[in-house]
Design a protein around this ligand. Sequence first.
Ligand code: MSP
Length: 540
Amino acid sequence: MTSNVALDELARFLNDVPMNSGSSDTPGRRFYVTTPIYYPNAEPHIGHCYTTLAADTVARYHRLKGDDTFFLTGTDEHGLKMVKTAADQMTEPGILADKVVAEFQKVWAELDITHDDFIRTTQPRHKLAVQEIVRRLQANGDIYLGAYEGWYDEGQEEFVTETEAKDREFKSVVSGRPLVRYKEPTYFFKLGKYVPRIQAYIEANPEFIQPESRRNEVLSKLKMGVADLSISRSTLRWGIEMPGDPAHVLYVWIDALSNYITALGYGTADDSRFKKYWPVDLHLIGKEILWFHAVYWPAMLFSLDLPLPKKLYAHGWWTSDGRKMSKSMGNFVGMDKIRALGATHGYDAVRYYLLRAAPFGTDLDWTDEGFNKAFDELVNVLGNLLNRVLNMVNKYRGGVIPQPATTREKIDDDLETAISGLAAKLQSAYDRCELQQCAMLPVELARQANGYVEATRPFSLAKDPAQAERLDTVLYLLARASYHALVGLLPMLPAKAMAGLEQLGGNVSGRSLQDLFANPLAAGAKVGTGHPLFPRVETK
Ligand code: MSP
């Protein structure tokens, strides 16, 4: 036992609330998780849902563990992309933002996203704090006036070096649109000054950037040399004014990255939330915005003399039917489709498919076949197990979970080991952000329990009065296995896992995950009646 763990134990014993440094199995720890703030220039789609559902699942897990959890999402409303889209739609960027932000908020409510705050970068609380941040960067001597000449990817709001521009054939790697040549006076942030420190930090902290392959990409790019960063635009009006020079607005990424601390009140009179939750435990982002988070953001934080995030996790990108999603190609997975699936299969099924589809961090491809397969797994493995357990306990034991016999067989021990091992395996998977595992581990337990039904044949045991004790053990273990699988799925399938536990008769509300796992359904508990957790859906 390390001394930290010993201290945590002591803190728990004294019923104290440990600080951020508590080991991850310590209840009462603080946990802060964020999504990127999305551009409200177009409606939300599966990509935004993916990151937000992932963050929501992680946040729910920590809340259930009893951690004091803060989950932030929001919208990134300034910059050229917003101005251009608004102009195309013959409207103003602020009006466009209001309209699309309302759509994002509606979608998050429909998907039952449990964020604690939604920050909009056009809110005064953000704008004032960003100006304070830039004033502090200026006070540290990290900002100077110069002139920028070079390439810009307007869709990504990203400066592109000459070499990168050539490699990319002067086109955006994301949108494919031509890069634009900029030549204008600008304020620079001394990014170059911080590069050696950033590099050393990434090298010394292997957990900081995940997955590993992405960390290596960042390190190789850093080694190629990094110039100072242009952080203001004098040709744009839609942004936060540069402190001390109203002719410039701030580069949208300086404005956007700051959201992670402005939402906590950093730089304002009330920074209690900032003091409580910073440094953030997990920034969840898509792989295309890792560079901003892995290099620009740490440099800003170093200049502000603030601790760096504990982890950046850059997940993969969704394509659809093997191609980049696009409305014109007809393979776009937008809210229409997600809502239709939510109506027929339930949003938990969408959540399960998205997070179970591939290891978190790799690219993913949406196929209807893949979705149906994931849904079938829920029906045939989880739903089926629960149904079997409830039917058998009701039919053979009057709805009361029997006391197991003292004699055990190897197959019982195997199932018992799987049941009691689930909590620790899940914790390790959540700690490492292996969200596919978080979805699969409880379902694998349910699969093993279904195998146990086939091997022990309780329906045959029920016919033989001499086997009554054996049947008691089998039913008891099956009830425990389905209960544990459902408890393990509470963060991943919040509605369905809760409904399943209600059928099992478990009293769940207000209890922590540790308590639920440690004090499961006991012999003598009364179960409810079964009705299909995942009703089959007729597909055309
Ligand atoms: N505004 C910036 C982020 C600023 S964070 C300080 C931005 N916004 S965005 O609207 O373009 O959203 C990008 C994010 O949406 C990705 O990083 C990812 O989280 C999610 N996704 C959008 N499309 C996606 C896919 N096709 N697949 C997976 N996720 C993607 O960038």
